[in-house]
Structure formats: structure tokens, C-alpha cells
Design a protein around this ligand. Structure first.
Ligand SMILES: Nc1ncnc2c1ncn2[C@@H]1O[C@H](COP(=O)(O)OP(=O)(O)OP(=O)(O)O)[C@@H](O)[C@H]1O
Ligand SMILES: CC(C)(CO)[C@@H](O)C(=O)NCCC(=O)O
Ligand SMILES: [Mn+2]
Length: 916
């Protein structure tokens, strides 16, 4: 199965910067220094005074990841059919042409639904990719026998579907948006998107809705594109089926303010009733893919609410009208049963006194003018009337065809709690609980998605087998019932939106369900309970939404209370993170401005999630951390911890030779213990831990490392070291066979990798075990990334033959190898040390979705070492493996220590599990 994301990512490697091996300085190394590593003083991580300790003339810059400017690329260029894409010509070539055999020149991955009220856009973009080391990858691939050439198939950040809407009356804005993002152009120049290219005469955009007919000429005139019209009902059904099948947590029920996601069984989806509430309402009985019948409709729909509401209240926007309704009391204008029955219920037919007998009925008897009614009350009465009416007609149609499930779409719903409650109530009441109303998170985009799906070669077919997750809508939150400003375009716009948002001092709020009214209605409909103070700040409010194409299995669920805890932790971390991020970009004014905007945006996301934890679908800690990294990237902080990582790497590399000497003086048994102790001790460096961050202000990394090592007291809180030792060294003189291949999931930069994991890797290599260092694909906190590892290993290899030979064998020292081509033959005798990326951008690793590289590397592995809290404790602590597993971590969080190991902060875990 050629997964889409695999294909999507092809061509992403466009600006790959070869990893520059920097063996250009004649390091005199610190080999001569016989002092014990733990005696080494004053290698500060902060300040400039020690930056030359490892005689690396280039200092920080020399160790920097290659040309960071190449890391960020516009993520919004149109993405085309990349299936079966392949490198054309010589694969050694830099910037090779990529052949897209299924790509017709002029398809743009943009589709439109132009309705009576709103224009909906769906377009696809691929995420900007990290640069990566071609040569390393090739060598690893050769070693691992991966045949798919340059393909990277890790799922994360593969590509995105964007959702944007405009008012139909502001078609111009929409045209400008398309034009500014060049979404209508589909020409590929080599594999670079060429925005200078003239618009293609034959460019075609799929569109549905009445506007596809009405505005076709305008599109041709203004953008030079032809509109390919797709039937509106076809598209609605295709979109709904796609969402219900492919997207996790798409459908939900909403009853009395309570939202609950419904997992739809793909094999038991049909038949259902689809009710699309746009300007008008269509009701469609859906029996399968492409099998449907429009069975009814009503002209009392979203346009009616907005149109009448505007006339009656003088509101300027739909959201304002909706907002008004939240403060309304419809009893001042609706005629209730009690009004007719002198305050009594009409219990014989099941109507309570508070049931609405006649919407707006009070207006006939009162001698009041329009101005005498509160706009709030009018809006609520109108909203309730229309919602209830649609619910009732829907029910009747469901009854007509014996349908139990009714899905509601269209932008009239607008994620509004009261609207959904009213519709749900109507369905429940009339069907006596037999039928169920369900809503869709991408409510208004069914038609546009359907049009998008109608591209013959959109490349999404394979996606149907995956699940997709919506990630966080990025950018400025929504304020005070109004959509401000333009749809988010470039970074500057995003920032100024954030600034505007701050000026307004508005908070992000989700509807807070109020307590249900204490009436005892006899099944009659009372004042609905969901009347939050403010409208929710959702993607539609931002005008944008992003759907990440992330094939997933199951989300690691976070317990509710745990999530609250993490929200707090992440909030508390924020100022420090912003400092780091700004510093990593040179502390310029621009960086400060972006830092501020990032802080606002991320806080906004947290606030939103705190109010509505399911806002972005179910979210685990891994996603939460990823959200933060993603948000950083959104404001162009590509690696907030870069300078810290570099400083810590330098400081640690400077003392590595001493550590290796110290280790080499020990016998095997003492060495093994010291190595494991070393990993645990060095794992103290974790910028994700608040306690540790506090600690860092108190000493240099070497001081902290030394302190940490001195404190290593066995038994650790979880201590299987003796078991592990027996497996490694045997007992009673019996030597066990060494492992064939070990996968080391490494955690942090600096001491953690250099003084902890590398020496352990070296020991394994020495024993003849192949070692694969598994690191993150994208930066997250101070975690070392796969891209950074070759430099670190190269530096370490200068001080150690074992590492050097293994690194050469593993293709990590490509330059060095070519330099010494005629040199020692012994190179080939070493087992390899390799680096693979895990496909992940979070310290927590979901092993159910990893890179193809890692999956391939795992094939021959018989030992897995998971290191660090994120990898070994937060996730995977209870994961069982088919091979032996060693989980090593220092717990740097009191709460986790208590919960997981009934211990305390700084306790250590050394868990060894034989193959299961
Ligand atoms: N920002 C908004 N501006 C205008 N209407 C909005 C807005 N948000 C929600 N709505 C509601 O959504 C309705 C439009 O929904 P939708 O986009 O699904 O329909 P449409 O495609 O424009 O109409 P139709 O399918 O009948 O041609 C409006 O009539 C209004 O009730
Ligand atoms: C005319 C459409 C299909 C345009 O989207 C829609 O507005 C609608 O279904 N209106 C209701 C028309 C009716 O069935 O009475
Ligand atoms: Mn429509």
C-alpha cells in the first residue's frame, strides 16, 4: 500500500542540504588531560567564556545544523499528485528532478464550494520538511535494505488539508486569497514550486455549489482558471462519507451542552440521513458511496436565520447575531403553552406550560413595536424556531425511511451549542429516543471536501484506509463575536493578528454549559441549557482550519486530570520557552515580536483546550507537546533550543575523552554499571522538566552531571541492573552471545547523549553489536534530532577509535571515509553505528507510528534501549517488545515519580525485560 503520506513527502527533500561533516579543525583534543571527568570544573553551559573549550574554532556556528534558512519553506504551495513519484536521473545529484508520473500539469489541489452565503475552500499543502542528510540516509538505507530510494514514509507532518471560508458577498477577498497563495496555479518547475510561472491556460479548479455556475466566468477572467463544476449533492455526500470514514473523532452528539465523540463503524455507516443546513436545507438519504437520494429540503434554513435576524436586530455579522442569542430570553416573544393555558401544563398531550406553543406568538397580542423587543430575545427566538423546525423535518424524513442516524452539516450549525442542543432535542423528543442527531466537526466543508475528492488523481484514495486527525488551527484566536481581519496568510499577518488580539484583551472562551433549568416539562422543550457567554473560538472563527494527514492508529489517551496537570505545566514553562526561542533567533526585535505572538497563540490553544479538551479531537501528551513545537514553527522558531543544545554538546564533548579513559580503566563489570549509571545521571538534563530548569541556573552542566553521578545510589527505584548484567556478561563464567543489533532511542542533547548514551553505544559496539541511534525527526525541546547526531558522533569519534570505525561503517563519517579511502582496512571490520530518525517531533513516542527507516532498522534488532522520561516513562513504560528491552530514565517530576514508581523526584528507573 503506497500510503499517501509517503508520496506526499516525496519531493519534500527538495532543498536538502548535505550534512556537512566538520572535521576541519585540528583538535588537540583533551586526551592528555588525565583528570577524572568528574573533577573537571568550569565548563559552563552559559556565557561565552568557555565556548572555545573544545578548540572548535567555529564555535557554535560550526556545530550548527546546516543552513537553517533552508529548513523553513512555505508550507502552502499547492500540492499535486505525488503518487509513484520518483527521482529522475542520477540519485547522487543534488536537487534532482522528481518525476510525477501521475501529475497532470495543471491540477491544483484546491477545491471550492460556492454557496448562497459562504464560499468554502479546501486546499492541500505539504508541510515544510527538515533538511536532512542524504548520504547518511543512503548508507543507512543500504545497510537496512530499504528499497524505496529516497522515500521517507514517516507519517508525521506529511501534509495538510486547509479549510478556509469567505462570505460569498466578498468573493473578491476569496479571489485575492487564492491568488496570493497561488492556489490556482499548478505548474511544477523541477520540484520547486515556481510562483513566477505564468498561470496555466488550462488550469482547472473543481468547484461545486450554485456559485460554480454563477461565477465561472469571473474565475476565468480574474484568475485565468476554468471551473470544473461538480454536482452539489454528489459533493455533499462524498465529503460526508470521507469525513465519517477517514477522520477520527469527526462525528459527535451534543445533548444539553455535553459533547461526545461517536466512533463510527466504517462497515456500519449506511444508511443515514444527511441534513445540510446552508442558506437552505437539503436532506439526503445516503445508502453508500455515491448512492443517495435527496429526499427533502426546506427553505427555512441558515439564510433565513441570518437574513431575518439581520433585519430584525440590525446585527452586522452572523456571529454577532448568534452571540446576541446567548443573552436572550425567548419567553418574552414566544407564546408558551402556559400563556394560552393560564399558566398550566397541557399534560394530556404531553406539553408543559413552558413549552413554546407558537414562535414569535407573543408579538401579536402585545402592543409593542420591534424596538420594544430586545434584539437578544429576537435572535434566540428565531434561532430556536429555525433549529427546532429543521430538527423536526429531519426527524420526519428519518421516519419516512426508517433511518436511525441523522448527520447535520452546513455552516448554520457553526459549532454552536444551543443550535445543536435544540436540534438534538427535537430529534430525541419526536423519535422518543429512537433516532440520534450527530454533528460533524467539519460541518460546513462537506461540499468543498467532496469537490476536492472529485479530482481524479487527488492521491487521497489510500488515505481512506488511514485515520486522520485534525490538528490545531493556527493563528489568531477569535474575538468578541467577530471575525477580524483577513484570513491568515503570511507570518506577519499572523503576528499582527495576535497583537490586535492582545490589544482587545479578549479571552478565548468556549461555550460553558450552564446547569440545566430546573423545570419539569412533560417532554416539552424548555429553555435550552447551552448558552455560553461567548461563542467558541474555533477554526471557523479564524477562517482557517488545518487537517493533518496523519495516519494513526489509536491515540494514547490522557486521563482528564492528568491533562489539566499538563496544561498547567506547559503554561508555566511558557515564559522560559519564549526566552529560549527568542534567544535562539538572536534576540532581535523581530524575534521578540514573534515570541510574543507565539506565547499568545499557544496560551490561546491551551485555554481553548482547557475549556474544551476535545476541541482538536482526543489529545494525548505526545500531541500536546507536538502542538507546542508546531506552534513554535508556525511563528518560525525552527529550533528554540538550538543554541543551548550546541553549548551543551560542546561542553560535554570536551570532557568525553576523560570519561572514556576512566571507563577503559575499569573491568567489564564495573564498566557496565558505570555506563548505566552514566546514562541515568546524564538524563538529568531535560529542559522539559521545571525542576531541572531551576537546577540549571545553579551550576554548569558538568557540575550538575557530577552531582548527579555522585548521587547514583543503587538500588534504584526500579532496578533490574543485575538481570541486565547477567544477560550481557553471563554468570558463572558462561559468556552469552552479544546482541546482534541494538536500537537506542536517545533523548537529549548535551551530556545526555554525549556522556550517557554514546559511551553505552560504544560498549555495545565493542562487543560486536550493531548500534542504531534512533532520534527525533524534528526538534522538540532539547531533544537531539537525527539530523544533529552525525555531527556529534563525528566529534566524539575524534577521541575514540571504536566510535570512529563504527561510525564510518555506518556511513556517518562519509567525508572522513573518502579522505582515508586508501587507509586502514580495519574499517570494514567494525560493526556499524547508524542513525535513523523516528518520524516524531515530540519527546513522547508513539511506537504505533514510526518512520519506515526505523521500522526497517527494527527488523534485525534484538535489543531496544529506551531512554528518558518521554520515551521510557510517559510513553512505552508498559509497552512490551518482541525483543529484549531496557528502559532507562531519571524521573524529574515529582508527580510522575509518585504515580508511576511510587517514588520521588530524581529517582531512577532501570527496567530490563527479556523478549516477550
Ligand atoms: N460568518 C458567517 N457569515 C454568514 N453566514 C454564516 C457565517 N457563519 C455561519 N453562517 C451561517 O451559515 C449559513 C451558510 O452555510 P453554508 O455555507 O453551509 O451554506 P451555503 O453553501 O452558503 O448555502 P447553500 O448551500 O444553501 O447555497 C448562513 O446562511 C448562516 O446561517
Ligand atoms: C438550493 C440549495 C440546494 C443550494 O445549496 C439549498 O439552498 C437548498 O437545499 N434549499 C432548500 C430548497 C428546498 O428544498 O426547499
Ligand atoms: Mn451549500
Amino acid at each position: 500500500m503506497a500510503g499517501l503520506t509517503e508520496d506526499l513527502v516525496l519531493g519534500v527533500d527538495d532543498k536538502i542540504e548535505g550534512f556537512q561533516n566538520k572535521n576541519n579543525n585540528n583538535s588537540n583534543s583533551n586526551n592528555n588531560n588525565q583528570k577524572e571527568v568528574i573533577d573537571k570544573e568550569g565548563l559552563g553551559v552559559r556565557g561565552e567564556e568557555n565556548s572555545n573549550t573544545n578548540n572548535n574554532q567555529g564555535g557554535e556556528r560550526d556545530m550548527a545544523p546546516p543552513a537553517s534558512s533552508s529548513i523553513h519553506r512555505s508550507g502552502s504551495r499547492p500540492q499535486l499528485d505525488l503518487s509513484k513519484a520518483a527521482i529522475q536521473g542520477n540519485s547522487e545529484e543534488r536537487d534532482p528532478t522528481i518525476l510525477l508520473p501521475n501529475q497532470s500539469d495543471d491540477i491544483s489541489h484546491l477545491a471550492l464550494d460556492i454557496g448562497g452565503s459562504l464560499i468554502k475552500l479546501v486546499y492541500f499543502s505539504r508541510h515544510e520538511d527538515q533538511s536532512s542528510d542524504d548520504k547518511r540516509k543512503r548508507t543507512v538505507k543500504e545497510r537496512l535494505g530499504i528499497s524505496n530510494g529516497n522515500r521517507r514514509s514517516y507519517p508525521i507532518l506529511g501534509g495538510r488539508l486547509h479549510f478556509v471560508k469567505f462570505e460569498t458577498s466578498k468573493l473578491n477577498e476569496c479571489l485575492e486569497f487564492i491568488s496570493s497563495k497561488q492556489l490556482h496555479r499548478g505548474r511544477i518547475d523541477s520540484h520547486h514550486w515556481n510562483s513566477e510561472a505564468p498561470a496555466n491556460e488550462n488550469a482547472v479548479i473543481k468547484a461545486t455549489g450554485g456559485g460554480a455556475y454563477k461565477f465561472a466566468d469571473l474565475f476565468k477572467e480574474r484568475l485565468g482558471v476554468s471551473i470544473d463544476k461538480e454536482d452539489e449533492m454528489d459533493c455533499l455526500v462524498a465529503g460526508a462519507n470521507f469525513l465519517l470514514k477517514a477522520i477520527r473523532h469527526e462525528a459527535f452528539t451534543h445533548i444539553e451542552g455535553h459533547k461526545e465523540f461517536v466512533q463510527i463503524d466504517h462497515n456500519d455507516l449506511f444508511p443515514y440521513l444527511l441534513v445540510n443546513i446552508g442558506s437552505g436545507v437539503s436532506m439526503i438519504k445516503v445508502d453508500g458511496d455515491g448512492k443517495f437520494q435527496r429526499v427533502s429540503g426546506t427553505n427555512v434554513g441558515g439564510g433565513t436565520y441570518w437574513g431575518l435576524g439581520r433585519l430584525l436586530t440590525k446585527c452586522n455579522s452572523f456571529d454577532e447575531l448568534l452571540e446576541l442569542s446567548q443573552r436572550g430570553d425567548n419567553r418574552t416573544i414566544d407564546m408558551l403553552v402556559g400563556d394560552i393555558y393560564g399558566g398550566m401544563d397541557y399534560s394530556k398531550i404531553g406539553l408543559s406550560a413552558s413549552t413554546i406553543a407558537s414562535s414569535f406568538g407573543k408579538a401579536i397580542s402585545d402592543k409593542k413595536e420591534l424596538k420594544d423587543y430586545r434584539p437578544e430575545d429576537i435572535s434566540l427566538s428565531l434561532l430556536r424556531m429555525i433549529s427546532y423546525n429543521i430538527g423536526q423535518i429531519s426527524y420526519l424524513n428519518a421516519l419516512r425511511f426508517g433511518l436511525k442516524r441523522i448527520f447535520f452539516g452546513g455552516f448554520f450549525i457553526r459549532g454552536h451549542a444551543y443550535t445543536m442542543d435544540t436540534i438534538s432535542f427535537a430529534i430525541h423528543f419526536w423519535s422518543q429516543g429512537e433516532a440520534q442527531a450527530m454533528f460533524l466537526r467539519h460541518e460546513g466543508f462537506l461540499g468543498a471536501l467532496g469537490a476536492f475528492m472529485s479530482y481524479e488523481k487527488h492521491g487521497l484514495d489510500d488515505l481512506m484506509v488511514h485515520q486522520l486527525v485534525e490538528r490545531f488551527p493556527m493563528g489568531a484566536p477569535y474575538t468578541g463575536g467577530k471575525i477580524h481581519g483577513p484570513p491568515l496568510g503570511d507570518l506577519n499577518e499572523k503576528i499582527s493578528w495576535m497583537e490586535k488580539f492582545v490589544l482587545k484583551g479578549t479571552e478565548i472562551t468556549a461555550p460553558v454549559p450552564m446547569a440545566p433549568p430546573g423545570t419539569t416539562g412533560l417532554g416539552g422543550f424548555e429553555v435550552p441549557s447551552s448558552k455560553g457567554g461567548t461563542l467558541r473560538s474555533d477554526a471557523s472563527a479564524l477562517n482557517v482550519g488545518v487537517l493533518h494527514l496523519v495516519p494513526t492508529l489509536e491515540v494514547f489517551p490522557l486521563l482528564a486530570n492528568q491533562k489539566m496537570y499538563w496544561f498547567t505545566v506547559l503554561s508555566e514553562h511558557l515564559p522560559d520557552l519564549v526566552d529560549k526561542a527568542v534567544a535562539s533567533e538572536g534576540g532581535t526585535d523581530d524575534a521578540k515580536r514573534r515570541g510574543d505572538a507565539f506565547a499568545r497563540a499557544f496560551s490561546a490553544h491551551l485555554a481553548r483546550l482547557m475549556e474544551e479538551p476535545a476541541a482538536y479531537g482526543k489529545l494525548g501528551l505526545a500531541n500536546l507537546l507536538e502542538l507546542r513545537e508546531e506552534c513554535l514553527r508556525e511563528f518560525q522558531f525552527l529550533d528554540a533550543y538550538r543554541s543551548i543544545k550546541l553549548r551543551e554538546n560542546e561542553a560535554s564533548l570536551a570532557v568525553l575523552p576523560d570519561l572514556l579513559l576512566e571507563l577503559d580503566r575499569m573491568d567489564e563489570e564495573a564498566r557496565l554499571l558505570t555506563l548505566i549509571e552514566g546514562v541515568l545521571a546524564a538524563n538529568i538534563f531535560d529542559w522539559g522538566s521545571r525542576a531541572c530548569v531551576d537546577l540549571y541556573h545553579k551550576g554548569t552542566i558538568i557540575e550538575i552531571y557530577r552531582m548527579s553521578r555522585n548521587k547514583m545510589q543503587r538500588p534504584w527505584r526500579v532496578d533490574d541492573f543485575d538481570l541486565f548484567k547477567e544477560r550481557m556478561l553471563g554468570s558463572k563464567g558462561k559468556k552469552p552471545r552479544p546482541h546482534k543489533r541494538a536500537l537506542l532511542f536517545v533523548d537529549n542533547s548535551g551530556a545526555d547523549i554525549v556522556l550517557g548514551m554514546l559511551p553505552l553505544a560504544r560498549e555495545l559496539l565493542r562487543r560486536g553489536t550493531e548500534v542504531v541511534l534512533v532520534a527525533n525527526s524534528l526538534p522538540a525541546l532539547n531533544d537531539v534530532t537525527a539530523m544533529e547526531l552525525p555531527d556529534i558522533v563525528a566529534e566524539a569519534a575524534k577521541h575514540c577509535d571504536i566510535l570512529r570505525r563504527a561510525a564510518e561503517a555506518g556511513g556517518l563519517l562519509v567525508d572522513a571515509m573518502t579522505n582515508t579511502l586508501d587507509g586502514s582496512k580495519e574499517n570494514s571490520s567494525s560493526v556499524p553505528l547508524m542513525v535513523v530518525e523516528n518520524g516524531c517531533g515530540s519527546p513522547c513516542i508513539d511506537l504505533r507510528q514510526v518512520s519506515s527507516e526505523l521500522a526497517a532498522a527494527a527488523k534485525d534488532a534484538d535489543l531496544i534501549i529506551l531512554e528518558g522520561m518521554g520515551r521510557a516513562l510517559h510513553t512505552n513504560f508498559n509497552a512490551r517488545f518482541k525483543c529484549e528491552a531496557l528502559k532507562l530514565a531519571m524521573v524529574k517530576n515529582q508527580r510522575l515519580a509518585e504515580k508511576l514508581i511510587k517514588g520521588k523526584i530524581y529517582d531512577c528507573v532501570c527496567r530490563y525485560e527479556p523478549a516477550s
